[in-house]
Write a protein that binds this ligand. Structure first.
Ligand SMILES: NC(=O)c1ccc[n+]([C@@H]2O[C@H](COP(=O)([O-])OP(=O)(O)OC[C@H]3O[C@@H](n4cnc5c(N)ncnc54)[C@H](OP(=O)(O)O)[C@@H]3O)[C@@H](O)[C@H]2O)c1
Length: 325
């Protein structure tokens, strides 16, 4: 079978197509025949070499895999051979066949296409998780950074579906802002403009924003903290825009009764499995009934993995990028 592998950290061109044996699943795991691979931003960070998430070389990029169960091992109770599933965080994902842990797999309705299935694997669940961690109450104002991204475009819609009042979407290009508006954002702001916080204040008033969903950090973090309303929550879940050290908040900045909370999806699944599962069931239904729209920016052959990474690093994507074998 074919895999995409890199032997050194670097730009997208370090990704090479190679031949490998079909992997053997261990206890509690399944073998999947790949239908589509969702390309996650973190895979580009790992490929470049991340001090926060060190990975061993050579490496096959991780990702979300939609596929059909080809083989199960003892202890697998959630799915059977022939089921179509969407697996999140598959460690060696860019391949014709992959091994996935079975605990979190559920058979998916056939009506859900590959793009939507790949969104359900993790982006939609992350978007749901960050809103839960942000303790959104109906009517509150939510600001979604990187709102046109794979997770962001779902967070905008879920915020509305969960009863948010005003949803502010920030992004880095006119096309992305237009896209976010088409998904239901009430206010769109280009956060590449140095004066972007003024645009947010003009829209929501001096009280500020109740919930900020921040996966960008860098220069966006501090103004976001300042924009938080009293009792507001900043949910920190990524650092796509960080250069060098991650952000540090001054505790004094929190005297305005502001909360900063970090989250990661795997911790949520570990510590609140029932809540995460209820979320997944709800998300499947939202997708099945068309209430949550999943956008695929590009579908590329596995052999174009470097191009897929380049799209993410050029910050071009409106929604998700998929690789197909
Ligand atoms: N905590 C968790 O559980 C968890 C799970 C999965 C992913 N994540 C994190 O969530 C974030 C979003 O993931 P995703 O896969 O959906 O990616 P994505 O949002 O599709 O892509 C990242 C976006 O970040 C923005 N960005 C800002 N500064 C950037 C820079 N210097 N370089 C590149 N992009 C920059 C870009 O949007 P603009 O062009 O609009 O600025 C870009 O499109 C990532 O930071 C990822 O690591 C967290």
């Amino acid at each position: 079978m074919r895999v995409v592998r890199y032997h050194e950290h670097g730009g997208p061109d370090v990704l090479r197509i190679e031949e490998a044996d079909v992997p053997t699943p261990g206890d509690g795991q399944v073998l999947l025949r790949t239908e589509a691979i969702g390309v996650n931003f973190i895979a580009t960070e790992l490929r470049r070499g991340s001090e926060f998430f060190p990975n061993r070389l050579p490496a096959i990029p991780l990702g979300d895999v939609v596929g059909t169960v080809e083989a199960v091992t003892s202890g697998v109770t959630t799915v059977s051979v022939g089921d179509r599933v969407a697996a999140w965080g598959v460690k060696e994902a860019y391949a014709d066949y992959v091994v996935a842990d079975s605990a979190w797999l559920r058979p998916l309705p056939a009506s859900i296409d590959a793009g939507a299935a790949s969104a359900l694997a993790s982006p939609a669940q992350v978007a749901y998780n960050i809103l839960r961690v942000g303790r959104l109450s109906p009517g509150e104002t939510v600001m979604v950074h990187a709102a046109a991204g794979s997770i962001g475009h779902l967070a905008v819609q879920l915020a509305k579906l969960e009863g948010a009042g005003t949803v502010i979407a920030t992004a880095g290009s006119p096309a992305k802002l237009e896209f976010a508006r088409s998904l239901g954002a009430d206010v769109v702001v280009d956060y590449r403009e140095p004066t972007w916080p003024d645009a947010v204040r003009a829209a929501v008033g001096d009280r500020g924003v109740d919930v900020v969903l921040d996966s960008v950090e860098g220069t966006v973090f501090q103004p976001s903290l300042e924009l938080l309303a009293p009792f507001g929550r900043l949910v920190y879940y990524g650092f796509a825009g960080a250069s060098g050290e991650t952000a540090r908040a001054s505790m004094v900045d929190l005297f305005g009764i502001k909360y900063v909370v970090g989250t990661s999806f795997d911790q949520w699944v570990t510590h609140r499995p029932e809540e995460a599962e209820a979320g997944l069931i709800k998300l499947i239904e939202l997708v099945r009934t068309g209430k949550l729209r999943t956008a695929v920016h590009a579908t590329l052959p596995l052999t174009d993995a470097a191009k897929a990474h380049q799209i993410l690093e050029n910050r071009e994507q409106l929604g998700r990028v998929l690789l197909v074998p």
